[in-house]
Design a protein around this ligand. Structure first.
Ligand SMILES: Cc1cc2nc3c(=O)[nH]c(=O)nc-3n(C[C@H](O)[C@H](O)[C@H](O)COP(=O)(O)OP(=O)(O)OC[C@H]3O[C@@H](n4cnc5c(N)ncnc54)[C@H](O)[C@@H]3O)c2cc1C
Length: 554
């Protein structure tokens, strides 16, 4: 099938079964599920088409990248800086955020871990943090998501071994390639220290020359991102259509339904209609779209009768931690290799996971890391320190050349005052406010200390970084799901309370952030919600003939 047959310019006047806004982890996965079930699906994506003849670059972050908006978009990066205020001051920086087919997953590092069962009952591990708006439990249990985790693991071709402490992952995981001698030694050493390492769960094909791309588009397309795993099959095998360079501006809703979606393309504003609208513009932009969709019926924005749209913004914290191996064994082998959850919950407190980062320590990666750290400081510091970066990068790369770099991910909690705020004068039409709490700082420090103590007998351990270790790439929570319309935006099926045909499937729906990577949970839930929507459409529309013999994919 030629590209032109699925890339369309005109959405037509007939209503689609489903319009999906955003082609990231949530949108592409849900749209794929609906398209393969025979539904007429149209994807609307703000960014460019990154398949076909697109030049995908070297698969890693370059030090002096061209940061002009069009150049950023062409590399799948969000074009404009994000503006906001955190406990560290006013910030303006290029957030780790993707745009275009595959959304942020086209840049991600494909670590596809499940949340643990305890993540679905988040309040129990934070009894004293009473100002956090943390629910006792998610509206769905881990067991309800398990079959969808298995399908997501198959769809995203995840390899790894089960976490021996929690048993998460099993037959749906593929066998990972053999460890490098250095990482095998680390694995054995961690086990000898009484820890429970396992092979990290990752979505790479490991084709010859695989760089386990993170932070950049994968040139070999061996990374399982939502663009190649879900969106492209939906388009090429299941008849879905796609409009790129298409910015959705607002949802126009009556009392209880979205009537049409307003978008801008090529400088022109147009509308499209659908029986169901699936919103998946990511946890920064989805709430903005809802808050901007005001009308007489929805003075505070569509789906915002609770006043919670945009609130409870969560971002993990995390440290890069360099671990010196016991010997100078070869590092040739997979890079995102190890993970352990021994301190996921510790002394009754939820901390989080510890996992290989997947970078080799070289001046380029150190420089990129330092530059990002500085960008999050107030601008004066950036100007004063940037001339020293190159020297620091070379020294750092030399000093840590044989070290393995691992990272922590620490659960962040939801607070109503951490939020997205529309601001037409800001670069993206929005700003964010985020308070880095003492509780998060304390748990972050506790995990550092526990790891240093646990690994200390066999290894030298260095914490790299500052206290400003917010992970802006793991944004979530700004349209939480729950059973009570007064305390949540979405119901247990991710349908907006009070809007019968609107679903949100990106990371916005998380009522708590868990202590590990978010993407597999977004994908598993999107498959679940796709199934629900299909069932509801079946009640409204004539069932397509092909549905009888539907094979299980993923
Ligand atoms: C460098 C990096 C590494 C990461 N590594 C990992 C990892 O290893 N494991 C993991 O689990 N997570 C990782 N993450 C996080 C992960 O990528 C995100 O959590 C996940 O992709 C979010 O999916 P989403 O569906 O919520 O939104 P997104 O993937 O951000 O998708 C949103 C889409 O909506 C589009 N959009 C936005 N506004 C509009 C609009 N108005 N109209 C139309 N379209 C719009 C955007 O262009 C985008 O395509 C990483 C992130 C980064 C940046």
């Amino acid at each position: 099938m030629s590209a032109t047959s699925y890339l369309i310019d005109d959405a037509g006047n007939e209503p689609w079964d489903v319009v999906v806004i955003g082609t990231g982890m949530g949108g592409a996965t849900a749209g794929h599920e609906l398209a393969r079930r025979g539904r007429r699906v149209l994807f609307l994506e703000k960014g460019p088409f990154l398949f076909g003849d697109t030049e995908r670059g070297p698969g890693k972050v370059l030090v002096n990248e061209d940061d002009r908006p069009e150049a950023r978009r062409a590399r799948g990066r969000w074009p404009l800086p994000l503006q906001g205020k955190t406990s560290f001051g006013e910030v303006e920086f290029f957030a780790p955020l993707g745009t275009g087919t595959g959304g942020t997953s086209s840049l991600y590092a494909a670590q596809l871990e499940r949340f643990l069962p305890s993540d679905f009952e988040p309040r129990q591990h934070h009894p004293d943090e009473t100002d956090a708006s943390l629910p006792e439990a998610w509206p769905i249990r881990y067991e309800e998501l398990t079959p969808y985790y298995e399908r997501a693991e198959r769809l995203y071709r995840v390899s790894g071994t089960p976490d021996p402490l929690h048993g998460c992952g099993g037959e749906s995981l593929r066998e990972p390639p053999a460890l490098s001698p250095r990482d095998q030694d680390l694995f054995d050493s961690f086990a000898q220290l009484g820890l429970h390492p396992y092979r990290a769960h990752v979505g790479y094909e490991f084709v010859p020359g695989c760089g386990e791309c993170g932070g950049a588009l994968c040139p070999k397309r061996c990374k399982s991102d939502s663009g190649n795993v879900a969106l492209m099959p939906a388009l090429t095998e299941h008849g879905a259509k796609l409009m790129v360079d298409c910015e959705v501006l607002a949802l126009e809703a009556g009392d209880s339904r979205v009537e049409q979606v307003r978008f801008r393309r090529g400088g022109e504003e147009r509308t499209v209609r659908a029986h169901v609208v699936v919103l998946a513009a990511g946890a920064y932009m989805t709430p903005l779209l809802l808050l901007n969709s005001t009308s007489e019926q929805w003075p505070d924005g569509v789906a915002n009768r609770s006043g919670l749209v945009g609130r409870n913004l969560m971002l993990h914290s995390g440290d890069f931690i360099a671990v010196r191996p016991r010997s100078n064994a070869s590092m040739v082998g997979p890079k995102k290799a190890l993970a352990l959850n021994d301190f996921y919950v510790s002394d009754g407190k939820k901390l989080g996971t510890f996992q290989s980062v997947g970078v080799t320590v070289e001046p380029g990666s150190v420089m990129y890391y330092l530059r990002n750290q500085l960008a999050m400081l107030p601008r004066l510091w950036l100007r004063l320190l940037s001339p020293l970066l190159k020297i620091a990068a070379y020294l750092g790369a030399y000093y840590f050349r044989s070290a393995a770099v691992l990272a922590t991910i620490v659960e962040d909690l939801p607070y109503a005052d951490n939020r997205i705020i529309p601001d037409p004068s800001a670069k993206n039409g929005m700003r964010f406010e985020y308070r880095y709490t003492d509780d998060l700082r304390a748990r972050n420090g506790l995990l550092r200390a526990k790891l240093k103590r646990a690994l200390g007998p066999n290894h030298r351990v260095f914490v790299l970084g500052t206290d400003n270790n917010i992970n802006y790439g793991h944004v979530c929570g700004t349209c939480r799901f729950g059973d009570d319309p007064a305390t949540s935006v979405l119901d247990r099926d991710n349908r907006a309370h009070d809007v019968e045909n609107l679903y949100v499937v990106d990371a916005s729906f998380f009522p708590s952030s868990g202590g590990t990577n978010p993407s597999l949970t977004i994908a598993a839930n999107a498959i679940r919600v796709g199934e629900v929507i299909d069932g509801r459409l079946g009640e409204r529309l004539e069932a397509p003939q092909s549905r009888e013999s539907l094979p299980v994919v993923g």
